[in-house]
Design a protein around this ligand. Structure first.
Ligand SMILES: NC(=O)c1ccc[n+]([C@@H]2O[C@H](COP(=O)([O-])OP(=O)(O)OC[C@H]3O[C@@H](n4cnc5c(N)ncnc54)[C@H](OP(=O)(O)O)[C@@H]3O)[C@@H](O)[C@H]2O)c1
Length: 322
């Protein structure tokens, strides 16, 4: 497993990290706790040292599983978690004030609850689960973040950027107040390359890539016939004709690269790791099989210039979260 520096935090983290939304068991249906713990354990055995969770993933359930594993491998794992917006609105809408989303009091109370869920004394990266650049210099959220840092309850501060709005954190990055950003970046969603990723390199900001597999679309495993549990959020994400549309595009990508659709997940992870701004990619994985497949990607072998050039043509502007 290769390791990269997470921007100015200086932490050396594995190129492949663990996305722990699915194991939280809300929004994603079908996880089994024992299987999730085994998947986490196996990933660590294979060199993974970075896990991304949130208080919102199963109302602390994901944090409790992650904490169990982090305590078992004490001192070897970096944990990132997230503070939900106080108004419960995802994503942050234009015009919502800093006070409505993140007050110092809320930032501190939510972090203390996360520490209890995790059973840890400190969170390595604490992130805001939504962000709006309108909040730079507004409200008292920064005082909350600074107090938590002073008390050693968090080490570094990051934000998870709103879906498909990569430029809505550039003001924050330029302010010097943030250590890391988390962003959607994949073969379809290439827009972070335009402004965000160059800004992260310039200001030495750690970049955590989420949804590199397009919520499963870029694995080639979702076809027009795939059915999800009625409470699974992917029923909405892949609604109407979207499964067929995604699968058709995946087949075109596979044909362009002259690969089997079965190799799509590997190429999708390698695509984002090919960008020098990226510190880690955090696929969601709930099985040992997927862990073992994905850990292989941390071997430092990128894609060829020819493959990268071909993938540039597959940029696709859309928002399936709506
Ligand atoms: N707003 C936010 O801050 C936000 C939003 C979304 C996600 N995130 C973070 O980003 C992480 C990643 O996003 P995500 O989990 O939503 O989506 P994702 O990583 O794009 O896709 C996850 C899906 O891909 C499947 N998968 C993983 N590796 C595979 C492989 N090698 N072959 C075939 N299928 C494979 C998983 O299956 P199994 O689960 O069955 O193993 C799961 O169905 C989350 O877990 C979370 O930590 C943050």
């Amino acid at each position: 497993m290769n390791y990269r520096t997470l921007g100015k935090t200086g932490l050396k983290i594995s190129e492949v990290g663990f996305g722990a939304w699915g194991i939280g068991k809300t929004a994603w249906i079908g996880a089994d706790d024992q299987e999730s713990l085994k998947a986490l354990d196996r990933s660590i055995e294979l060199g993974l040292n970075f896990i991304d969770t949130a208080i919102g993933y199963g109302d602390g359930h994901s944090e409790r599983l992650v904490g169990e594993i982090a305590r078992k491998h004490a001192g070897k794992i970096y944990v990132a978690s997230k503070i939900p917006p106080k108004n419960g609105q995802w994503p942050a809408r234009a015009g919502v004030t800093a006070e409505e989303a993140f007050t110092a009091e809320h930032v501190i109370a939510s972090t203390e609850q996360s520490l209890r869920n995790l059973g840890l004394e400190t969170i390595d990266i604490q992130q805001f689960h939504v962000w709006s650049d309108e909040w730079v210099g507004k409200g008292d959220w920064l005082e909350g973040v600074q107090k938590l840092k002073e008390q050693g309850k968090i080490r570094f501060f990051g934000v998870s950027i709103n879906d498909h709005q990569p430029n809505n954190a550039i003001k924050l990055i330029e302010s010097g107040l943030v250590d890391t950003v988390q962003v959607i970046y994949n073969i379809f969603e290439q827009s972070p390359e335009d402004m965000l990723l160059p800004a992260c390199i310039k200001h030495d900001i750690g970049v955590i890539v989420r949804v590199a597999l397009d919520e499963g679309g870029l694995t080639g495993k979702i076809t027009a016939e795939t059915e999800f549990d009625k409470s699974d959020f992917r029923n909405h994400y892949f609604k109407n004709d979207r499964k067929r549309e995604v699968y058709d595009r995946v087949q075109q990508i596979a044909a362009d690269l002259n690969i089997s659709v079965d190799d799509m997940a590997e190429k999708a992870l390698r695509y984002v790791l090919s960008h020098p701004a990226v510190s880690t990619v955090i696929p969601g994985m709930r099985s040992i099989t997927n862990v073992e497949r994905n850990m292989k990607v941390g071997d430092g072998l990128g894609l060829s210039q020819d493959q990268l050039a071909k993938l540039k043509a597959h940029r696709w502007i859309r928002n399936f979260y709506q």
